[in-house]
Write a protein that binds this ligand. Structure first.
Ligand code: SAH
Ligand code: ZN
Ligand code: ZN
Ligand code: ZN
Ligand code: ZN
Length: 491
């Protein structure tokens, strides 16, 4: 499913979309130069790699009864080999075993009961699994980072602890952790160790391995690209109950989705979770939105604001453990592009002074050390933490490495190729520029006022170079891993 220069667009599927093992499929169309091209088709919502799920169906395709039956059978047989309930029972038995009999199969990523050892002979085991290890499944399980489907990038302790401290200081007592197993784990282990710790968490994640460690009240197998609960109505109800806040138990949702680019699909699911929260409110907070932290790279700012105009981007740089790129550091190492987007007022999101963040009284938010308030823009304009400079011709601040190019009539890297980009931009799909100079990025506020029609159109049908952007991201990652000195093309 290679995307051509135009990319792919995600369309609003009507009810009755066909299902793959990952729930209802999403409706796509190939595009070129901003126009739909060819037949619309359904594809898996969760997997960006055909190897993980090869579901495909033309929108107007007639599917025979025999094929439908075969598909249902296929979907059934591709569910997890055991249920969440069974895994909970297994866990109960597992913790009763003496330490010397607690084994974890690394190949199958599974806790083993003694009767199962034989089946796994020849596999690599971890031995003497302690209670502490069981309480940190994200350390025990290997991150599914090479699988495009999961793209598990785990928070560094520094960032995870910061998030939790922030949540507590803001007065929240319940956290809906959507694709944040490590935050969930931190909360769970504190709750079991510290008597006065009152925060609770429910993890929603597509990684079913976690069902081995958490009960049905602590984990729901969930697909955030189509708001699908694999556990059916019961799991739905668990989530609904969790979102129902008592007087002193305010809820916040924290999510850190894969950066593959299906922003529109994510936004639509998150709106459904917000609606669930709202429905549980009898009277009270009718006009409010469920508080949320959406953790995502800064270059998606305008896309996120399109769907959630009440959100703003914080300067805090979120760091990851298993991500060579996105680690904290000053000299040499690159700064993380991942930020927190939130609908809470920016001035209450206090960022750590010991990491150089400071409060800008004019912007009424905490900004990174290098982010200087520009008098002309009247805003702290840096997105990446470095000091940006104002370009009078572009009438905005730009990256420090950029210069104004008279041919292109905008700022760009000094060695850029003028107007000669034949490959379309992977953000908006248009030809003539690349992601780094995309007009739809880093313009918020005033410059957002593009024609109403145009905006309406983009809301309905947002272009996504999903596969392409993913491929590019992967390429950037692996390139950096091998050749640390090469600089990112976009800086
Ligand atoms: N930084 C987070 C992990 C983020 S990685 C932490 O440390 O807690 C992205 C997470 O989203 C992974 O846990 C992955 O399993 C989950 N995920 C990926 N695709 C998903 C989907 N379609 N639905 C729900 N969760 C998904
Ligand atoms: Zn699928
Ligand atoms: Zn400012
Ligand atoms: Zn400026
Ligand atoms: Zn300029």
């Amino acid at each position: 499913m290679a995307a051509g220069p135009g990319g792919l667009a995600l369309l609003h599927a009507s009810a009755g979309a066909p299902c793959c093992p990952h729930g209802p499929a999403l409706l796509f169309v190939r595009t070129s130069q901003g126009k739909e091209e060819g037949r619309r088709f359904y594809a898996c919502s969760a997997c960006r790699d055909r190897k993980d799920c090869n579901f495909f169906q033309w929108e107007d395709e007639k599917v025979s009864q025999t094929r439908l039956a075969a598909r249902e059978e296929y979907n059934r047989s591709h569910q997890a080999p055991c249920t969440h309930r069974q895994n909970v029972e297994r866990y109960k038995n597992f913790v009763l075993l003496p330490l010397s009999k607690r084994r974890f199969c690394q190949e199958c990523q599974q806790l083993l009961l003694p009767t199962e050892w034989e089946e796994h002979s020849g596999h690599q085991f971890l031995y003497d699994i302690s209670i502490a290890q069981l309480k940190s499944p994200s350390q025990l399980l290997y991150p599914l980072e090479n699988k495009k489907t999961n793209a598990q990038y785990l928070f560094a302790d520094r960032s995870c602890q910061f998030l939790l401290d922030l949540i507590i200081s803001l007065g929240f007592r319940r956290v809906l952790s959507v694709g944040t197993p490590r935050l969930h784990e931190l909360i769970q282990s504190k709750a079991s160790q510290e008597e006065n710790f009152r925060v609770r968490s429910l993890l929603l994640d597509i990684d079913f391995r976690y069902s081995q460690f958490y009960t049905e009240d602590e984990f729901c197998h969930y697909n955030m690209f189509n708001h699908y609960f694999f556990g059916g109505e019961a799991a739905h109800e668990t989530c609904r109950k969790f979102l129902h806040q008592d007087k002193d138990e305010r809820v916040i949702m924290v999510t850190d989705p894969p950066f593959g680019g299906l922003v529109e699909a994510l936004a639509s699911s998150f709106k459904k979770l917000m609606a669930m929260w709202k429905d549980t409110e009898k009277g009270g907070n009718k006009n409010q939105e469920m508080p949320m932290f959406w953790i995502f790279p800064y270059f998606f700012e305008s896309r996120i604001l399109e769907f959630f105009p009440s959100f703003s981007m914080m300067d805090y740089q979120v760091d990851y453990d298993n991500h060579a790129l996105y680690k904290h550091g000053k000299t040499g190492r690159r700064q993380s592009p991942v930020r927190i987007f939130t609908n809470l007022p920016p001035n209450v999101i206090v960022l750590p002074a010991e990491e150089g963040y400071r409060f800008c009284a004019i912007c009424q938010r905490y900004v990174s050390a290098g982010n200087h308030h520009c008098e002309i823009c009247n805003s702290c304009t840096s997105k990446d933490g470095r000091r940006w400079k104002h370009c009078a011709l572009c009438k905005k601040c730009v990256k420090p490495s950029w210069f104004h190019c008279n041919k292109c009539n905008c700022c760009a890297l000094e060695n850029h190729t003028c107007e000669k980009t034949d490959v379309g931009c992977f953000v908006c799909g248009k030809a003539g520029h690349k992601r780094s100079t995309c007009p739809s990025l880093s313009h918020t506020g005033a410059s957002h006022k593009t024609g109403r029609k145009q905006r309406q159109k983009t809301l309905k049908r947002v272009k996504l170079g999903v596969w392409k952007s993913w491929a590019m991201k992967r390429a950037v990652f692996s390139r950096r891993k091998t050749k640390k000195k090469k600089r990112d093309v976009t800086t």
